[in-house]
Design a binder for this molecule. Structure first.
Ligand SMILES: [Mg+2]
Length: 258
């Protein structure tokens, strides 16, 4: 993400205005946005109150609600208890449309070799966690941040050698099959019912969300950053997942007048 505007840091991020349910198409990242970041991806599980909010939000938006996550679609369903029909998993490589059709990108042939390389690094350095997602493979260094540079170097080298795409996230380096990113997933949803014609709002915390921030803004919408201020295309910010859930709940209690 080399083309982020430098000046954005000088603009104080503000809390977003109330969500207008009548005209919004809402796109939400999962980890760090709807759920607090956990030590391992498997430690994130369902939360009854969050599921209730999402179940209420989807009809309030006439179905214009989608999740854009780096996780697999099945994992998103596990954590959100199937409360959202439209889901893009693996940063956009897999996409389930509102009517239940699944568009899946086949895995790149170099993935097994890349997986083996990252697995041997994970074996040599304690605290590194390998996550195999089928069409991508991720190495998490949250439990061992000092190994971060070695992980990223290794992933960068593998990306150069294989043609896999390096996706850097917070305390994770991921090698993914080339294909749609979160921005393209957002564009694909916006071209279809029930999203088409609405104003997109993308909400996320990580660098991997910036493609979708750009896509939402290009379509006349907005981006909202979750977490600490950082360089971002977003001009709005909420502190953490619980602030986001409160904001979403408030929008349903006091809807903006059409
Ligand atoms: Mg995230």
């Amino acid at each position: 993400m080399n083309d982020l505007p430098d000046e954005r840091l000088e603009v104080p991020f503000q809390a977003p205005p109330s969500l207008d349910l009548t005209r919004t198409a809402l796109f939400l990242d999962l980890d760090g946005t709807l759920a607090d970041i956990a030590e391992t991806p498997g430690a994130v599980g369902p939360v009854a109150s969050r599921t209730r909010t999402l179940r209420a939000l989807s009809p309030a938006l006439d179905g214009r609600l989608a999740i854009l996550s780096g996780r697999e679609v099945a994992e998103i369903d596990r954590i959100l208890e199937g409360s959202v029909a439209s889901v893009a998993g693996l940063h956009g490589l897999d996409r389930r449309t509102a009517d239940g059709r699944l568009d899946a990108t086949p895995p790149h042939p170099a993935l097994p070799d890349a997986r083996q390389c990252l697995a041997s690094l994970a074996k040599a350095e304690r605290g590194l966690l390998l996550e195999d997602k089928g069409t991508s493979v991720a190495l998490h260094y949250r439990l061992r941040p000092e190994a971060g540079p070695a992980v990223v170097d290794c992933a960068r080298r593998l990306a150069r050698q294989t043609g896999l795409i390096l996706q850097e996230g917070h305390m994770v380096a991921e090698l993914r099959t080339p294909g749609p990113d979160k921005g393209e997933a957002l564009q694909a949803f916006m071209a279809e019912a029930p999203f088409a014609g609405a104003t997109p709002i993308m909400i996320g915390d990580d660098l991997t969300d910036e493609d979708a921030f750009a896509a939402a803004i290009a379509l006349g919408g907005e981006a909202i950053l979750i977490g600490l201020p950082r360089r971002s295309r977003s001009r709005w910010r909420l502190e953490d997942p619980s602030a986001l859930l409160s904001w979403l709940e408030a929008s349903m209690i006091a809807p903006v007048a059409a």
